[in-house]
Write a protein that binds this ligand. Structure first.
Ligand code: CTP
Ligand code: MG
Length: 220
């Protein structure tokens, strides 16, 4: 199985508020995007495509090896992944789409996604249970209801797909439409999505506190 990894790294990282695009922010001295690329490679991905902010091409080229393909991203994550997918050849069997913002994803978590694809799943996402009591509130913050949490899951990346399934789903998605993840894109095309166990270490870095936690994790 030839697996291509797409690392979405074209965001600016507004909520982190660093002096550079989030994917270039260092964790233990290495840019987040390098950690994410390494995680996919260590988990068994054969070929890497990274979506980047157009203005930062030189900076990304400096930190990523020549064997990583750089693709200019779009205004939304959906547009960025669409652009990267356009460069994936038909020789690929599987495509894994991963966030640069999840640098500490263990290789095992990547390997579980690849294994499910090798077993024939068309689409697979890593998930975690919801452990906190979860409620619905009104506009004033008053609790309306408690949601039964047993069937709820938090969705992570990398999300894996049979290449043809993902390409077909993106081709059907109207240009300019934005969905929060790639599983939503294939679900919109009617494809069933299965789940495998995610990993808390694959948490997404969104705000400064998340980066501080990741630093502690690396130093342990
Ligand atoms: N991403 C992308 N193209 C975009 C927007 C986001 O490739 N137009 C990527 C980001 O680089 C990130 C991943 O999608 O690795 C998840 O997005 P998010 O965590 O929201 O990152 P940012 O959009 O960079 O952060 P923010 O929303 O705080 O600006
Ligand atoms: Mg964003």
């Amino acid at each position: 199985m030839h697996a291509v990894g797409i690392v979405a790294a074209a965001g600016s990282g507004l909520r982190l508020g660093a002096d550079r695009p989030k994917a270039l922010v260092p964790l233990a001295g290495r840019p987040l995007v390098c950690w994410a690329v390494d995680a996919l490679r260590a988990g068994g991905v054969d070929e890497l495509v990274v979506t980047i902010p157009t203005a930062a091409r030189a900076a990304f080229r400096e930190v990523l090896g020549p064997d990583v393909r750089l693709v200019h991203g779009g205004l939304t994550r959906t547009a960025s992944v669409r652009a990267a997918l356009g460069t994936v050849g038909e020789d690929a069997d599987a495509v894994l789409v991963h966030d640069a913002a999840r640098p500490l994803t263990p290789p095992d978590a990547v390997a579980r996604v690849l294994a499910a694809l090798a077993d024939g799943a068309p689409a697979v996402v890593p998930v975690l249970p919801v452990v906190d009591t979860t409620v619905v509130v009104d506009d004033d913050g008053a609790i309306l209801d408690t949601v039964p949490r047993a069937p709820l899951r938090r969705v992570q990346t990398p999300q894996g797909f049979a290449r043809a399934v993902l390409a077909d789903a993106y081709a059907r998605l109207p240009e300019g439409e934005e969905l929060t993840d790639d599983a939503a894109v294939v679900r919109a095309a009617g494809v069933p999505v299965t789940t495998v166990a995610g990993d808390e270490r694959a948490a997404k870095i969104t705000v400064a506190h998340d980066l501080a936690l990741a630093e502690l994790q690396v130093r342990r």
